[in-house]
Write a protein that binds this ligand. Structure first.
Ligand SMILES: Nc1ncnc2c1ncn2[C@@H]1O[C@H](COP(=O)(O)OP(=O)(O)OP(=O)(O)O)[C@@H](O)[C@H]1O
Ligand SMILES: Cc1ncc(C[n+]2csc(CCOP(=O)(O)O)c2C)c(N)n1
Ligand SMILES: [Mg+2]
Ligand SMILES: [Mg+2]
Ligand SMILES: [Mg+2]
Length: 324
């Protein structure tokens, strides 16, 4: 399939009748925020060998592209509205690859809402690269910021932490884990916490999604808010697979706390907030408290500080992988 066949056959159906997409036949799209709403804009990219394994199923690569972006909208309390897709397809992909990738995106547009309104389709002699600009809506002035956590607030997280990072540790470093199928599913198709994020509007003082790692992303929230977080490692919610993996190899606790790829939410709730009411929508766990100061402190079950060798994922930019 050539470029324009790909746009017409694979991407046009994903516009789902959105008039501002102009049938993917114009230079640009038009989007009007509904009166009384703000548009919330975010962008994440994924690269073969960096964010996904080149032999991952193309449907789940499309889904993961959607979900890493939906996760940012979720963290801001936004409702998905529109997406712009940049796709540089792998040079050696078979004829079924792009249709399956597009089907993964289409299924998530159905599941989570919004429409494709534009993008760009290119070729590459390098690794496959995909990026979405995701556009969501919130009632004007209500986007949840990373800034706003206060001393005394509860540190909360959704879902379970560390599953995807354990999958990566198994695939890249040969680490022995338990519950491989569960860990793989969590890596391939993270759950964007859209309902929780929307429920947090007007309640949470601050929120961030966890892409780089729990400690790193909580650290970003602390920096923006000008507070410190003290969390108890023993309270961090784990799936049975992650708990069994750590029980067999305690060193994996660092992978869980700092490995990233969780796409769960970490957020600040005032102490009087009704955590149980939120937890009725999505699993929510209180893992610590915000205090005056800066940085993230982790405590082990005996209350002693837990030292980590890193806090999360960072891309090397303009230097080699060894960090020279
Ligand atoms: N190339 C860039 N140009 C402009 N702004 C950028 C660029 N890269 C990052 N940013 C901005 O920097 C901030 C931090 O970006 P970052 O990518 O770390 O956040 P994130 O998307 O929530 O996390 P992740 O990419 O790990 O999912 C965001 O406000 C983002 O829009
Ligand atoms: C094949 C493979 N190797 C390593 C990882 C781990 N990883 C890569 S980028 C990133 C942070 C989020 O990305 P970004 O900050 O770019 O949004 C993480 C945790 C992976 N997912 N797949
Ligand atoms: Mg980003
Ligand atoms: Mg984010
Ligand atoms: Mg990142």
């Amino acid at each position: 399939m050539n470029e324009f066949e790909t746009i017409a056959r694979l991407f046009l159906p994903l516009t789902r009748g959105e008039p501002g997409a102009f049938g993917l036949g114009d230079d640009a799209a038009v989007l009007s925020p509904r009166p009384g709403f703000d548009l919330v804009l975010t962008k994440d990219a994924i690269v073969a060998g960096v964010h996904f394994f080149p032999d991952d199923p193309p449907e789940t690569i499309g889904a993961k592209l959607m979900r890493v972006n939906l996760s940012d909208l979720a963290a801001k309390g936004a409702v998905p509205r529109a997406f712009l897709l940049a796709a540089a397809f792998p040079p050696d992909a078979g004829p079924g690859w792009a249709p399956a990738f597009a089907a993964g995106i289409g299924a998530d547009l159905e599941a989570f809402g919004g429409a494709l309104i534009g993008g760009d389709t290119v070729s590459t002699r390098g690794p496959a690269f995909f990026s979405l600009t995701a556009i969501g809506e919130v009632p004007a002035g209500t986007m949840i910021r990373r800034r706003g956590a206060r001393a005394g607030d509860l540190v909360c997280v959704s879902g379970t932490i560390g599953d995807a990072a354990l999958h990566v540790a198994r695939k890249l470093r040969g680490r022995a884990v338990r519950g491989e199928a569960h860990l793989a599913a969590r890596y391939l198709k993270p759950e964007p916490r859209l309902a929780l994020g929307q429920a947090l509007r007007g309640i949470a003082h601050a929120a961030c999604d966890i892409s780089d790692g729990l400690v790193a992303d909580l650290g970003h929230l602390c920096t923006q808010s000008g507070v410190r977080a003290v969390i108890e490692a023993g309270l961090v919610p784990l799936s049975p697979a992650a708990a069994a993996s750590i029980a067999a190899d305690p060193a994996l606790v660092e992978t869980v706390l700092t490995g990233g790829d969780d796409y769960e939410l970490v957020f600040a709730l005032p102490p009087e907030a009704d955590v149980a009411a939120l937890a009725a929508v999505t699993p929510v766990t209180v893992i610590g408290r915000f205090e005056p100061g800066q940085g993230v402190e982790l405590r082990d079950p005996s209350g002693l500080p837990l030292q980590l060798t890193r806090t999360g994922w960072q891309h090397p930019v303009g230097r080699d992988e060894a960090g020279a």
